[in-house]
Ligand binder design. Structure first.
Ligand code: 6GU
Length: 229
């Protein structure tokens, strides 16, 4: 999978070199390229923002540099790219979104700062690929960088070959619409806390039934919004 990231803070993405995603990059499974939006400016101050038409607080990202970087990336694309703009005004990113995007061959993350990006950039990007505005949830970050990192990790780990044991992707929170069951490892007794007996019983059927009960119980307690029945 090819992933391009456009940002005025390329250093945010340095951590993509470590951990599982770093390994996947090294192995050629993920091809991630980070672009500095300021490289598409032509003034001495490398200006990427300006005051909003109609007035109001804050600054808006100018369309010019975005148009140039979108053209450069789209012209070089061997696939029909999806432009993902992290935005608190977008649709909510879920595991289903991650699964859908993990099937794509070329994703472009456009990270806005300030009060946002000139709206015409989204219309123009839609002439060069598909466009999605996507939010992590109902709270506000200073820019799209941290949100893009979260999305890249959620999507990247679903790309075949990134996570060594694909079975570990199945028994996870949100994969079956329920929260994950509790996990324990040795020792069986630790500081007076015991591992539940059923897990030591060796009875696979009872273990599976107990885990499912725990999933339902925790989901009801912590995330009743996920329960549909
Ligand atoms: Cl995707 N961007 C920003 N700036 N803030 C957010 C967000 C995204 N998702 C939640 N808050």
């Amino acid at each position: 999978m090819r992933i391009d990231v456009v940002t005025i803070f390329p250093a945010f993405f340095d951590v993509l070199e470590v951990s599982l995603l770093g390994k996947a990059r090294g192995a050629g499974i993920l091809d991630v390229r980070v672009h500095d939006l300021r490289d598409k400016t032509h003034d001495r101050h490398r200006t990427v923002d300006d005051t909003p038409y109609g007035g109001g607080a804050g600054m808006v990202m100018k369309p010019g540099p975005w148009g140039e970087v979108i053209d450069e990336i789209a012209d070089a694309s061997h696939a029909d790219p999806i432009f993902v703009f992290p935005s608190p005004a977008g649709e909510v990113f879920t595991q289903a979104t991650a699964r859908t995007l993990a099937d794509e061959s070329h994703l472009v993350f456009g990270c806005g700062r300030y009060e946002g990006i000139d709206e015409r950039v989204f219309a123009y990007a839609a002439t060069r690929g598909r466009v999605r505005l996507v939010s992590l949830g109902d709270y506000v970050l200073n820019g799209g960088e941290v949100a893009a990192m979260a999305m890249i990790e959620a999507i990247g780990r679903l790309v075949p070959g990134v996570v060594g044991n694909p079975e570990s992707l199945v028994e996870e929170s949100h994969e079956d619409g329920l929260l994950e069951y509790p996990s324990y490892t040795k020792p069986a007794s630790w500081r007076g806390y015991e591992v539940p007996d059923v897990l030591l019983s060796g009875h696979h059927g009872r273990v599976a039934a107990w885990r499912h009960e725990q999933q339902v119980e925790r989901t009801r307690a912590r995330r009743p919004d996920l329960i549909t029945d």
